[in-house]
Design a protein around this ligand. Structure first.
Ligand SMILES: Cc1cc2nc3c(=O)[nH]c(=O)nc-3n(C[C@H](O)[C@H](O)[C@H](O)COP(=O)(O)O)c2cc1C
Length: 541
């Protein structure tokens, strides 16, 4: 019988893009069956969350360092701010008659497979319960009420002022467009959402900690998924639960089995909406999701290094302004660059460090390093570089990669190594499915994971490697905005040709996500409307 690891390796191999063949998909967009980007639990009672009338004033650095941020008391207003600045709408875009919403968290194809849930022990202004967050209305849909005993148990387990959030993925939203590769995109999007939540929490003096010990079955029990009747293709698959808690307090890494059993007894309310008239079942995605299911573990977090931040030029924008103005660039001004100090400041934020958002949420030990195609950075020769984010990344890649790479250290404080000088604009563009943005900008990035040994030892880590890559992508998006430039995630790249560039001969390391940054060229054909104009007249708080 095939092992879970074999199944997921086969999935990964089958969903690579090759120069001569893209990963399997429908090959056309069935617009009549485009999935609804908004999940509704019809019949569930709704609690309106106030929208922010004024953003938290924190400077950009508060995204990462929480020590100067006052800790907000848990309340409906605070949890509203938390969701608004992570999963809420950021704008509406218009082109002629067409109009579509964007969100604080980016998403492959703007399809938004990630849903967020809240497990709330109860405050005077928000009843205890399990809720689904609906970003269009900025409301919570109550799926379960919590009996008093469970409220008390939850409070005791999490500590004062803490609550849980759950993230889930609807695979069909992505497979509608991307076919078999869609599972990867869902995982990357979940990583973006995780980092987005870690950042919005930081602005409220809170910290997000992954409940890494919980099995997927436990997550489903807490969210009521084991007793929800799903419409075809509209199933939500569990990603993870996290504690959101005052930054100076500790959080558990799991939940007591008795508490899980108590959640599993609760009746659920609300019928999930069908997302399309007709759906297509991509069996390979179901198999990949099954192979990567998480068992119950001890959930122990790997210690992160204590590492001071580089002394980089401060951003002209506040933390909340950076979150709100984040967009994907569709084109870059070729030849426009940034200064070396600014570039290093951006890269520095992608390094995992103890006590700093977002990587201290501890979903797994850091396992992803960065391959950089540097095009336009003043004071840095164009070429290929490697940023080592992981404990053993340097020795690993030196041992696996081609022997002609230089590996010369570029900076005393940043673990950045020059591999090769040269003009890699065409290479980056070609490798990124020929997308101009990979060659025209300041740089392109490939996220190189320690893949085969990690996934072989624990297939559920496949998902976590992609989450980590998505989180790095979210950091790069925000850092580009903070520096006055712009970023774009790149899910479309040719997998093995990227590996060949480094001279990698096997699947030990794999590139899981790409990214580009540059000086954006605005698309003047598009109009922009405010995110919540459609709720005008409703309560502001
Ligand atoms: C995982 C992921 C992969 C993406 N891949 C691409 C890509 O290959 N090419 C591209 O132009 N944009 C890509 N994007 C950008 C999305 O199209 C963009 O996030 C979405 O349209 C929403 O727009 P916004 O980021 O401005 O909110 C990707 C985004 C994510 C999160």
């Amino acid at each position: 019988m095939e092992t879970a690891a074999q199944t997921i390796f086969q999935y990964h191999e089958a969903t690579k893009h090759h120069f001569r063949r893209y990963a399997r998909s429908a090959g056309f967009l069935d617009w009549r069956n485009q999935p609804d980007p908004f999940r509704v639990y019809a019949g569930a009672s709704r609690c309106r969350l106030p929208l922010l009338s004024k953003d938290p004033p924190s400077a950009h650095r508060a995204l990462y360092q929480r020590s100067e941020t006052p800790i907000r008391t848990a309340s409906a207003a605070a949890v509203g701010a938390f969701f608004e600045l992570s999963m809420g709408l950021s704008a509406w875009k218009t082109a002629g008659e067409n109009r579509w919403s964007l969100r604080m968290n980016p998403s492959s194809g703007n399809l938004h497979p990630t849903e967020a849930h809240l497990i709330w022990p109860g405050t005077d202004d928000l009843p205890p319960g399990v809720f689904h967050y609906h970003p269009f209305y900025h409301v919570l849909e109550q799926r379960m009420a919590l009996p008093e005993a469970l409220q008390g148990a939850l409070r005791a387990a999490l500590g004062e002022g803490a609550f849980l959030i759950g993230l889930t993925s609807i695979f069909w939203r992505e497979s509608w467009k991307y076919g078999e590769r869609a599972f990867r995109y869902c995982l990357l999007d979940a990583g973006h959402a995780l980092a987005a939540m870690s950042f919005s929490a930081a602005l409220l003096g809170w910290r997000v900690t992954a409940l890494n010990g919980l099995s997927d079955a436990s997550v489903e029990a807490v969210l009521g998924f084991d007793r929800t009747v799903w419409p075809e293709g509209g199933e939500e698959a569990p990603e993870l639960l996290c504690a959101v808690h005052p930054a100076d307090a500790a959080a558990p890494r799991g939940l007591d089995p008795e508490m899980i059993a108590a959640f599993a007894e609760l009746p659920v309310a609300g019928d999930p909406n069908p997302l399309s008239g007709r759906t297509v079942d991509w069996e390979i995605i179901d198999a990949a999701a099954k192979a990567t299911r998480r068992p119950e573990t001890d959930g122990i977090a790997a210690p992160l290094p204590d590492r001071p931040f580089l002394d980089a030029p401060p951003s002209a924008f506040s933390a909340a302004a950076v979150i709100r103005k984040r967009r994907s660039a569709t084109a870059y001004r070729a030849g426009a660059g940034i200064a070396r100090e600014v570039f290093f400041g951006i890269l520095d934020k992608t390094l995992p460090r103890r006590g700093a958002a977002p990587f201290d949420l501890g979903a797994a030990p850091p396992s992803v390093d960065l391959l950089l195609f540097v095009h336009q950075v003043q004071g840095l020769s164009p070429g290929l570089y490697y940023l080592v984010r992981t404990v053993d990344g340097l020795t690993r890649m030196k041992g696996l990669a081609a022997g002609d790479l230089r590996w010369s250290s570029v900076d005393e404080q940043l673990p950045l190594f020059l591999l090769k000088t040269g003009d890699f604009r065409n290479t980056a563009q070609t490798l990124s499915c020929h997308q101009d943005i990979a060659g025209d900008g300041v740089c392109a990035v490939g996220m190189i994971a320690n893949f085969e040994p990690v996934v072989a030892s624990d297939p559920s880590r496949y998902r976590r490697l992609f989450w980590e890559s998505g989180m790095i992508g979210q950091v790069l998006y925000l850092e580009a905005e903070a520096a006055g430039i712009r970023g774009t995630g790149i899910g479309c790249y040719f997998d093995d040709p990227v590996h060949a560039l480094l001279g990698l001969a096997d699947d030990h390391c794999q590139s899981l996500y790409h990214f580009t940054m540059g000086v954006p060229v605005e698309d003047r054909r598009l109009g922009t409307l405010p995110p919540y104009g459609h709720l005008a007249g409703d309560l502001q708080g």
